[in-house]
Design a protein. Structure first.
Length: 193
């Protein structure tokens, strides 16, 4: 359900209308976004800008310890633990957990299944999750941003044949014969034959 964000102390406006902020964001205690309207009651999910907005908000919300891009199967992922992390682990899409070294930068190479991976860091007794994905598709297929340059395959002019044997249509001749019969009947009617 939507709410009026004009007097909200939630954070700073990200998207505004003439009357009120529509989307607000804040950095503390964790990065969050607040929509001042019901997304289901708007046409925003039907617009081409929606997946781009979701991608940009997701990249902004992800902590810097995990890259916000997608990876390919068996591609290593570098995980930089936050300061003060006492435990770091990666949960694979199948639910299995792999522990990483908490005090140093780690490379996680066990990314053979595609899906969503969760990186959990324990900082001050609290578990802080972050995520990355492994996709089978290439980066160009997964990219939502329009390309800077569009390349089309070269085209060759082809010779056009004047006639195509077996593909001549007969309906113009039938229409001409019907028109002739109607004209003959009209003449016969007006001459009194």
């Amino acid at each position: 359900m939507g709410q009026d964000l004009r007097t909200s102390a939630f954070g700073r406006p990200l998207i505004t209308s003439l009357q009120t902020p529509l989307v607000m964001v804040r950095d503390e205690p964790v990065r969050q976004a607040l929509f001042g309207f019901d997304i289901h009651e708007s046409d925003l999910p039907l617009r081409i800008a929606f997946p781009i907005l979701v991608e940009n908000l997701s990249e902004w919300m992800l902590p810097p310890s995990v890259p916000s891009r997608s990876f390919h199967p068996d591609e290593p992922v570098t995980v930089v633990p936050d300061a003060g992390a006492t435990a770091v682990s990666v949960i694979r899409p199948d639910g299995s957990r792999r522990a990483l070294t908490a005090g140093s930068i780690s490379t996680f190479a066990d990314t053979d299944p595609a899906g969503l991976y969760t990186v959990e860091q324990t900082i001050g007794g609290k578990v802080q999750p972050s995520w990355f994905t492994v996709n089978l598709f290439t980066d160009s297929i997964s990219q939502l941003k329009p390309p800077d340059r569009l390349t089309l395959p070269p085209t060759r002019p082809t010779a056009v044949q004047a006639t195509h044997p077996g593909q001549l249509e007969i309906w113009p001749w039938i229409a001409l014969a019907a028109l002739g019969i109607i004209a003959a009947e009209w003449l016969a009617f007006h001459r009194g034959l």
